[in-house]
Design a protein around this ligand. Structure first.
Ligand code: COA
Length: 167
């Protein structure tokens, strides 16, 4: 596996971040909150947002000085405030190298250490084998399979709910 680090995204890296993010194959596996096309302006806006919460909830995935993706924990509120939702993507040239499996492990540790939560969950589409495998390798358990609840890119998609609990 290539060496990578998780660290705060820098506005100086917005251009490369946008170039990697501007990929329909990435967008097609995420919610529509992830823009497509992914412009430099969108990258700057996103990176600025990641600088607001303390501790940081979204970290960049870097190989050397290059931002190649992002991984984040999104807080829920009200009666769901003990949960955070994990989201992530990595640039296509780096797929299948074991990076996200390792990044998820680090983010789970980070999440349970820095936030007052007891459950981290992710909701891959049923066809997202790479994401499902990366979650299962990190001991996330399949809690639910919801049939055709998502509507993405003109098609209905199954929604899987995978979660890991703080022990
Ligand atoms: C899904 C994604 C995050 C996986 O990241 P990755 O760094 O390629 O994952 P890993 O290399 O850690 O792979 C985990 C496992 O899945 C397998 N895998 C990865 N991509 C795969 C694919 N497209 N099809 C089948 N298996 C795949 C890997 O071989 C590995 O299995 P192994 O350990 O048995 O060899 C990445 O493909 C991506 O960013 N996709 C677009 C955005 C996205 O889907 N985000 C998640 C939304 S829930």
């Amino acid at each position: 596996m290539e060496d990578f680090v998780l660290k705060k995204l820098s506005l100086d890296d917005a251009m490369i971040f946008a170039l990697h993010a501007n990929n329909r194959k990435i967008w097609s596996n995420l919610t529509d909150r992830f823009p497509h096309p992914y412009s430099l302006e969108k990258a700057k806006d996103f990176i600025k947002l990641t600088h607001i919460p303390v501790p940081t909830q979204v970290l960049g995935i870097y190989i050397g000085e290059e931002p190649i993706g992002a991984i984040g924990l999104h807080p829920l509120d009200d009666v769901f405030r003990k949960n955070m939702e994990l989201g992530y993507w990595i640039a296509e040239p780096y797929w299948g190298k074991g990076i996200m499996s390792n990044a998820i492990a680090q983010m789970v540790e980070y999440g349970f250490s820095n936030f007052d939560i007891t459950r981290i969950f992710a909701r891959p589409f049923g066809r997202n084998i790479g994401s499902i495998k990366a979650l299962e390798k990190n001991n996330f358990l399949l809690e639910a399979t919801l049939s055709k609840t998502a509507f993405k890119d003109g098609k209905y998609e199954d929604e899987l709910i995978y979660a890991i609990r703080k022990t």
